[in-house]
Each structure stands twice: as C-alpha cells, then as structure tokens.
Design a protein around this ligand. Structure first.
Ligand code: SF4
Length: 635
C-alpha cells in the first residue's frame, strides 16, 4: 500500500517572510511611527512658531540646550519638531501619489491587457506617449502656476505622472498571465472574465503590484522633495523638502549650520533605503529564482539522507579516462520549505562511442543531471557535491571562461525544444556560423562549406542554410540543432529529450540521425528521455533514475528482457504493445516528498516487494551480472 508524505505547511513557510522585505518594511514603519506618535511626546507647535532662541546648535554641541535637542534654525523653530511634522508630510505625498497612480494604472493596464484590440492600442499609445514627457520639467512648470496650498494638491499633481509606468507593467503582466495554462483552463471551463481576473490572475500579480507601489512611493517622494526644495511646494506645513529649501535660502551650509540641512537629507536616505529593500524583497517574493538560501548542512558536509552507496557502474577496465565520468553527484534545490534533493549521489560513466539512455518519470532528476554536466544548474539549485569529468578533467570549479572554451568543443547539448533553441530572426547560416566562429577562426568560404557539410551529415538539403527557423519543420529544426552540436566534433553530447516534441515518424528520423552521427563521429552521448520504446532502438545502455537516485544500469537488451529493479520492471510493463492486447499497466502512487526521502530504499512506498530491511537500509548499487547494476535488496 502506498504511503505518501504530505507537504507540511506552516506560517514560517510564507514567502512574505523575506528578510529584505521585512527589514525595509520595518524601517518605513519606524519612520512612520516616529512621525505619527512624535506629537504625543514632543511639542510640535514649535515647528510652526518661531518662539525658540535663534540658531541654537544641537544639545551635544557647545551652546546647545536640552529644550531643543536637535537645535533651532534662523526663524526660531525647533528642528526636532519640524522633522516630526515634516517626515509624515513627505511620506503622505509619496503614498497618495503612488496609490492614485497605481489605481489608474491598474484600471488602464487591466483593460489594455485583458481586452486587447483597440482598447490595448489606444491605452498603450497614450501611456507610451505620456512616458516620453520630461515629467520633472513639466511638474516645475505646473507647480509655478498652480497654488500648492496643501500636500493633497501636490500628491494629485504628482499622480498625473505616476500612472503610465504601472499601466505598462500591469498590461505586460496580464498579457503574460493570459497565456498561462491554468488561465486557459479556467477560460475553457467557463469562468467569467471577473473570475479569471480576480481569482486566477490577481493573486499572481500581487507581489508585482506591491513592488511597483513601493518603487512608485520612492519616486513620488523624490519628485515632491525636489519641488519643495525649489520652493514650489506647500509652505504652510513643514516637510523635508521645505526644510532643505529654507536651509538653502538661509545659507545654512555656508554658516556651518549642519543640524539644519543634514537631518532631512539623512531621513530621506533612510526612507529610500527602506523602500528599496521592500522593493527588492517583493521582487524576490514575486520571483523565487532571485532568492538565495543559506548553505545547508548538506553543503557543509553532513548528510541527511546518506548518499547512495555506489559500486561505480563505470566501465573503465582499461584504466583510460572516460569521455564522461559522473561520480557521486548531489544537486539540491534550496527553497524556503527545505532542500529538494534532485540528485542523490548519482554515479555513471559513458564509454567512447556509446549512447547511455537516462530514463525515469518526470521530476526524477534526469534533466538536472544533464544541466549539472553542462554546469548550468538554475538557481535556487546548486551542485553541492560530486565530480563531473570530461576526458579526466573535472568541470566543477572551472572558471566560466574555461567552461566557455570547453563547451561545444568537448561537450555539446542537443536541447529539448528546437523551436526555442533557434533564433527566429536569424538564418541558419548565421546561427551555425556564429557557433563555429566563437571557437575557431575560418574564412567565409571555408565556413560555408563546413556548414553545408554539417547539414548534409544530418540529412538536410543545402537550401536550409539560407532559411529561417520558421521555414523549417520540427524535425528539420531538431536536425539543425544536432548539426550545431556536432559542429566542433565534441567528445560528449547531452541530448535532452531530443524527440519529445515531435510526431512518431519524425522521432524515428531524428533518432536515426543521432545513430548515424554517433557511428560516424564516434561521439559519446547521454540521451535523456522517457519513451522507453524509442530509447530501446537508439541507446547502448540504460540508466534508470527514480527520485534522484540511479536504481539500475544495464545494457539495453538486459534492461528490456531481464529488468531487475521493481521500478524498471514497472516501466517496461507500461510500454504499450500492439501484439499483446492487454490493458496499459499504470505505475500507481506518487514519489515521496523529495525534501524528506525515506531512510531505506528510495522506492519503498511504491514497491510491491517491500520487506522490513527495505524500510531502514538503503540498498547499494551493485553489479549482479557483467555491466548490470541494480540497487535492490532482492538481489
Ligand atoms: S529494496 Fe525493497 S523496496 Fe526497494 S525496490 Fe527492492 S524490494 Fe522494493
């Protein structure tokens, strides 16, 4: 009976518990609280009436007084009282202008993005035109004519220039979200426009909106302070900009009255730092890839799960370095909810001129292995342990320059989606030529001949050289990618599901092309896939992965005719057969939570042969017959 561990959710898992966001929010909140609660503890009337002695320095300077801790200015007003009154006034302008701008942007951006057509055209034209206007200059002109009697009037005028940015951002976000599968599904299932907008799309946009709002508040405070410092803001209520203006007009700088002009600038800096931290924190919340998580105990050397004991299914009997030698590879994804163990001590080697098929269900870690070999594991993933050797040279720790030199020459990739791998606006000649010229200098004629030869090697006619990717079929594009991968005669090619997006006929053509390339060039390949039937016709050996672990490595005939591991047996049984009219065998159950692998056998929750020792002892990957390795206590 299958047992699945559920993900544990608690308040500490919330992405909103982002350190930068909380720190920034704390700074802004503290400033706000000082402004709001200050009048309870200090006589803020002194900010308006010039009743204090003139030009008193702060209390820690000679001549200073405890009655006016931050000193007084030339009109006899208390500096502390002015800052307590002026800070919330500046913040109020920023908040009001940004919120109004965001609301306008939300309406316009939503209509443009969701309705599209003429609505989009008109709104986009107006907002794009508005963004070209030099807002500060226009604001200065407006402020010169309009009586800025209070902060609300000023905020309304600033809001006139605060909406185009949010409009563009919201429009582009909606256009992106509209194409997402779950929004299409909601559309097809009959959800109303309002439901799609507020239930499906709005929650995903929340962090983006919040980040845009905090950025907008900073921009509005900056613009307002600039106008006030020029003497174009309200003069009845003190604000940080007005204090700077009065300090400037009274030559505070020249007179050495640092306590007059410096405090408002420092407060503004703290406010901007607070909003900046909030904005980047919100960016990280909206985009988890930007987050960095602290090193785990795994990275520091201790092991939570224990890596897979390995008897190295690496056929290097003659002692020569293998073209590809992966040893004890651990790749983890560091998420707020814990470390996802994508590969747990994976070890395998590939002989010269051999194709190794790496198979397993979605999420088993096979693509992560490929990305690790290519040294392009995406954040928040990291290689935390292991060796990846190409012809005996370990790639881990190489500089980016060394890796650039090595890629394509010694190690190449045939990507999963040829449609996305080729630049749609560049002809095949330039795309292939650029890849070659990045590593070798060749004359134009020689380069052209080389490209034509490569195209011919993968069975494509000469005319393809002058074509754009959109003029080619899926199979032709995939063969162009193969031609690019072999352009510099690499020793190892990683083919990441090279046939997954193709129909069965074209799959066979591409597979045949790969076989011909291997035979002609003697290149070693790792072919990733989950189509067991197709892989059987192409690969020499099979490596079967389950939940980040290799469970069986065997020559292709043995893997199909005499699979040993219960998981491999399930995979083989699930291959549909035309001859045997039997119902499809479905592998029941789900993989365990990859953050908490079971202590014993990795497959124990789904294995019908499970026995007591499988629960707490991990079976090593051992050689049962020549070249046939399995990790299971049954053998
Ligand atoms: S070790 Fe036990 S649980 Fe794991 S595959 Fe073998 S029999 Fe099944």
């Amino acid at each position: 009976m299958m047992s699945v561990r559920l993900f544990r959710l608690n308040a500490w898992d919330s992405p909103w518990l982002n350190v930068k966001f909380l720190l920034g929010g704390g700074i802004v909140l503290l400033i706000l609280l000082i402004g709001l609660l200050g009048p309870l503890f200090w006589d803020t009337e002194m900010a308006y009436t010039g009743s204090a002695p003139l030009n008193l320095p702060p209390m820690w300077s000679e001549g200073g007084s405890f009655d006016h801790p931050l000193g007084t200015e030339s009109n006899g007003r208390d500096m502390l009282a002015q800052l307590i009154v002026g800070t919330p006034s500046s913040l109020k302008i920023g908040f009001l202008a940004a919120i109004i701008g965001m609301l306008i942007g939300l309406v316009f951006g939503s209509v443009a993005g969701y309705m599209g057509g003429w609505w989009d055209h008109i709104i986009r034209t107006i907002s794009d035109s508005a963004m070209t206007i030099p807002s500060l200059v226009v604001l200065i002109v407006i402020a010169s004519y309009v009586q800025m009697t209070d902060t609300t009037t000023m905020a309304l005028i600033l809001a006139l220039f605060a909406w185009p940015g949010p409009t563009r951002m919201i429009r582009s976000q909606i256009l992106t979200l509209r194409e997402r599968g779950y929004v299409r599904m909601a559309n097809l299932s009959g959800a109303s426009a309002g439901e799609i907008m507020f239930v499906e799309m709005a929650p995903n946009m929340l962090p983006w909106l919040a980040a845009s709002l905090t950025g907008g508040i900073s921009a509005a405070i900056l613009a307002a302070t600039g106008l006030e410092a020029l003497g174009l803001g309200p003069t009845r209520v003190p604000s940080l900009g007005l204090i700077i203006n009065q300090a400037t007009t009274n030559a505070a700088l020249v007179r050495g009255m640092i306590w007059w002009w410096l405090p408002p600038i420092l407060i503004l800096m703290v406010i901007f730092i607070g909003f900046f931290l909030m904005t980047i924190g919100l960016d990280e919340i909206a985009n988890p890839r930007l987050r960095q998580f602290k090193a785990s105990r795994h990275e520091r050397g201790s092991k939570k799960t224990g890596s897979q004991p390995v008897s190295a299914p690496v056929p290097s009997a003659d002692g020569e370095a293998l073209p590809l030698d992966v040893h004890n590879l651990h790749v983890y994804y560091f998420t707020p909810r814990g470390e996802i163990i994508a590969t747990n001590g994976v070890t395998f080697g590939v002989r010269k001129g051999e194709i190794l098929g790496l198979v397993g269900e979605s999420g088993c870690g096979k693509t992560t292995v490929a990305m690790a070999i290519l040294q392009v594991v995406q954040s928040p993933g990291r290689i935390v342990q292991g060796e990846i050797k190409i012809n005996g040279r370990d790639l881990i720790g190489l500089t980016e320059k060394a890796l650039r030199n090595l890629r394509w020459r010694e190690l190449a990739l045939i990507p999963q989606g040829a449609m996305n791998a080729l630049n749609p606006v560049t002809r095949i000649r330039e795309q292939m030529g650029d890849a070659i010229l990045a590593h070798e200098s060749r004359g134009r004629i020689e380069l052209e001949e080389r490209i034509l030869k490569l195209l011919s090697d993968v069975g494509l006619p000469d005319r393809v050289i002058s074509m754009y990717p959109h003029e080619l079929s899926g199979g032709m594009k995939q063969r162009v990618c193969i031609a690019m991968a072999i352009a510099l005669n690499p020793d190892v090619i990683i083919a990441d599901e090279p046939t997954s997006a193709l129909d069965v006929v074209v799959q066979r053509v591409v597979a045949q092309t790969l076989l011909e390339v291997k035979d002609r060039l003697g290149v070693s390949m790792v072919m990733i896939g989950h189509d067991m039937g197709l892989l059987a016709q192409v690969v020499d050996r099979m490596a079967i992965m389950y939940a980040g672990n290799l469970v069986e490595v065997a020559p292709v005939a043995a893997a199909y005719e005499k699979p040993l591991h219960p998981y491999t047996q399930l995979l083989i049984e699930s291959i549909p057969s035309i001859k045997a009219r039997k119902p499809l065998n479905v592998t029941e159950g789900l993989t365990h939570d990859l953050r908490n692998p079971p202590p014993g056998c990795i497959f124990q929750y789904r294995c019908k042969f499970v026995e007591p020792r499988c629960r707490d002892q991990r079976p090593p990957l051992v050689e049962i017959e020549q070249d046939h390795f399995v990790a299971c206590w049954l053998y």
